[in-house]
Design a protein around this ligand. Structure first.
Ligand code: URA
Length: 177
């Protein structure tokens, strides 16, 4: 209720995927398609995201839990303000604790900076594991490019593929340990 974005959005976009998934993905905020359908990552960015994770053998109905740091679409898809992010942060933190994934993936700057508390941009933070402490457990988190950015700058898909392979490797290690 404390987030004014709720008043301009059509739907609350909470999450998709499976409870207990090994990988939790956190994006930025719903876009027009997500706002209309009430589900995260169902537009063109989401389709690219699905293809990226399917390249490492993962799907929404089996391996992924998908959400955003904001549950409502900012008008005109503007970047969320730091205040809007701060208001929603306790909810995403609790959600991470409850989903308790093996690996957390943050897509783009607002999600990476908001959740992982880093101030450097995604170009420098991507590709390196950062510990995320839920208070009861430390979860390895991988910041990587947002698919909307990859649609605009396809040359970075090569780096994104490195990040996906690192995620696949970390997961294989977690499952075998
Ligand atoms: N971009 C996001 O960050 N999240 C969505 O759900 C859709 C597009």
């Amino acid at each position: 209720e404390g987030c004014a974005l709720k008043r301009t959005a059509k739907n609350t976009v909470f999450a998709d995927g499976v409870a207990g998934a090994p990988v939790m993905i956190v994006g930025e905020a719903p876009g027009a398609d997500e706002d209309r359908l009430g589900k995260p990552f169902v537009g063109v960015s989401g389709q690219l995201m699905d293809r990226m994770f399917s390249a490492i053998g993962m799907s929404r109905d089996r391996d992924l839990y998908i959400t955003n740091i904001l549950f409502w679409r900012p008008p005109g898809n503007r970047t969320p303000t730091p205040q809007e992010t701060q208001i929603c942060l306790p909810f995403i933190r609790r959600q991470i604790e409850l989903v308790n994934p093996e690996v957390l993936v943050t897509l783009g700057n607002p999600s990476t900076q908001g959740i992982l508390g880093v101030s450097t941009g995604i170009m420098r933070t991507r590709g390196r594991w950062i510990d995320y402490d839920t208070g009861t457990r430390v979860i390895p988190a991988m910041p990587t490019f947002h698919p909307a950015y990859l649609l605009r700058s396809p040359a970075y898909k090569r780096l994104s593929w490195q990040d996906l392979r690192a995620i696949r490797k970390k997961l294989a290690e977690a499952v075998s340990s």
